[in-house]
Design a protein around this ligand. Structure first.
Ligand SMILES: [Cu+2]
Length: 223
């Protein structure tokens, strides 16, 4: 009988849904707010925050979408990128002039010979670490790629603030890193606990004042 058949499958669906729901909420998940302050007490944008769980592995990455670091108006955009281990990044050139992208960083050495108006094959970032990409033709051009082995990361905004979301309850090492630290200096670290009580912003005070970023000399700009 069609009506009974429909009822039965609906009941099965409800049962299955209840089971899935029961197994999907064993831990509470919450967020962390972090803020970066310089030695002079000023907000620091472009600080990379990432949290690594203590005593439990980070969840697997699943499918990772490729990312883009463009050369646009004689700058790398974005200046700072955070990516999970296993991310492919494309370096398209949107300018009228050639760029020559090079990294000497141990976490990923690579070189993309001069090119323009094309998007070369993406670079696979397959281990954690800090990667500094230069343009060998324009000394002010620099991009930072921070490769992390955790899904919990965020970059600070103009107010120095960042929000890390959907962290399961537990203990974490929360790291904070700024481009002026390069790939040699270790990030600042605090032990934190994520729980249902909510969290006050976690403050990191760096022992330096960020250098002013170099901007293109106007006579060299021809994008
Ligand atoms: Cu260049």
């Amino acid at each position: 009988m069609p009506t009974l058949a429909r009822f039965t499958s609906h009941t099965k669906f409800l049962l299955l849904s209840s089971l899935l729901f029961a197994f999907s909420i064993p831990t509470w998940a919450g967020g962390i707010n972090a803020v970066a302050i310089s030695k002079a007490g000023e907000a620091m944008p472009d600080v990379v925050f990432y949290a690594t769980p203590i005593g439990t592995p980070a969840p697997p990455a699943g499918k990772i979408e490729p990312m883009i670091v463009a050369q646009d108006h004689m700058q790398f955009t974005p200046y700072v990128t955070i990516a999970r281990v296993g991310t492919e990044i494309k370096f398209p050139n949107y300018d009228k002039v050639e760029h020559h992208v090079k990294s000497f960083s141990p976490a990923k050495e690579f070189e993309i010979k001069p090119y323009q108006k094309t998007t070369p094959a993406p670079i696979l970032f397959d281990k954690p670490g800090i990667v500094v990409a230069y343009c060998l033709l324009h000394e002010w051009m620099r991009a930072y790629v921070v490769i992390v082995d955790t899904p919990y990361f965020a970059k600070s905004d103009e107010k120095g603030s960042a929000a890390l979301e959907n962290l399961p309850a537990g203990s974490y090492e929360l790291h904070a890193w700024h481009p002026d630290m390069g790939y040699v200096k270790a990030p600042l670290t605090q032990l934190i606990s994520v729980n249902a009580q909510g969290a006050t912003p976690i403050k990191f005070t760096f022992d330096f004042v960020p250098k002013k970023r170099k901007i293109p000399k106007m006579d060299q700009v021809s994008f």
